[in-house]
Design a protein around this ligand. Sequence first.
Ligand SMILES: C=CC1=C(C)c2cc3[nH]c(cc4nc(cc5[nH]c(cc1n2)c(C)c5CCC(=O)O)C(CCC(=O)O)=C4C)c(C)c3C=C
Ligand code: FE2
Ligand code: FE2
Length: 360
Amino acid sequence: MARKIAVVLFNLGGPDTEKDVQPFLKNLFRDPAIIGAPLPVRWFLARLISSTRAPSVKKNYAMMDAGGGSPLLPETKIQAEALTEALAKRYPEDEVRCFIGMRYWHPFTEEAAAEVKAWGADEVVLLPLYPQFSTTTTGSSLTAWKKAYKQPVKTVCCYPFAEGLITAHVERIMDAHKRAGEPGNVRLLLSAHGLPEKIVKSGDPYQWQCETMADMIAGRVPSDWEVVACYQSRVGPLKWIGPPTEECIAEAADEGKNILIAPIAFVSEHIETLVELGEEYRLVAEQHGAPSYTRVEAVGVHEEFISMLADQVEDALREDLAIRSCAGSRLCAGNWSGCPNTQAHAGAGKLVNADQKAGA
Ligand SMILES: C=CC1=C(C)c2cc3[nH]c(cc4nc(cc5[nH]c(cc1n2)c(C)c5CCC(=O)O)C(CCC(=O)O)=C4C)c(C)c3C=C
Ligand SMILES: [Fe+2]
Ligand SMILES: [Fe+2]
């Protein structure tokens, strides 16, 4: 009998218009996965930070061609359509529908849960559009989902080392290099969203996954390139993991490198790629006299990426485990030691191949 298969795509969400910027920020900073303080303090901080931060953030949202809001939802809808098409071919007997559940703005995770219930899904697969697992992103979305939807689901925790993801990144990087006129003396910066250091110290696998993934990409680009993993978008007074992308750009520019910069923790274009990497950091590169600075596009609807997402859904549906690859514990959506995408942080903090090359 034909099944109704719901695939729920998790992402962060972004304001639709300028007036949504402050409430969106308030939602973000109210999340205990983002600010660990007790409730009254957190709500006070969320109100304070969102109102002080909103004016400058609004200017950044206004720089994109998205009506004063974020292009994240329209971009995610395009990915959802591509994935629905890929899955329809794999499940011709069934009805497959993708739903979008955003954490901090519409359509909220809870709205997606209500839609899935109303549709009457027989199978539900939760698929984060975050390649690496963090308690601040996928973990937070799962918490929201579990409150809103009580029936059994299959959960994909993360896919940082999936072949299709790595291939899609390498192709986007080589395309950007071509666009830049194929310069030599390249330093490739693989930039991920940062995290407060204390989150990693409490066991979050995000940094390890980002850096292992960066190693994999480094092994696939021309061997004379230098490759450095770095972290962008620092917010607030806590110590964040590093090195900061901005410093890596200044250093590369000072050393006369042709800079290629690729986002490895985002899969679509939004304020962090278009404005932060595309505009703000370009200025830093120019001010430090970089001979060239080229932003690599997010993987978006790269065929290999979408097909890899479809593989994740297929594997999740095949398995008996409620949580794919990591059933049952605190972190990584599941079993910290059992998940193939998780490991003690042996490699954390180590940069990719600049030192390896120096030592080679
Ligand atoms: C890998 C993805 C992400 C992680 C990890 C993450 C952690 C994290 N983020 C903030 C604070 C902000 N993030 C903001 C925007 C934003 N963040 C992500 C992804 C991750 N965040 C995305 C995709 C976006 C873009 C949304 C869009 O509208 O386009 C913002 C808003 C923008 C700004 O004010 O600069 C904030 C704030 C923290 C504190 C954190 C970890 C604790
Ligand atoms: Fe963020
Ligand atoms: Fe896992």
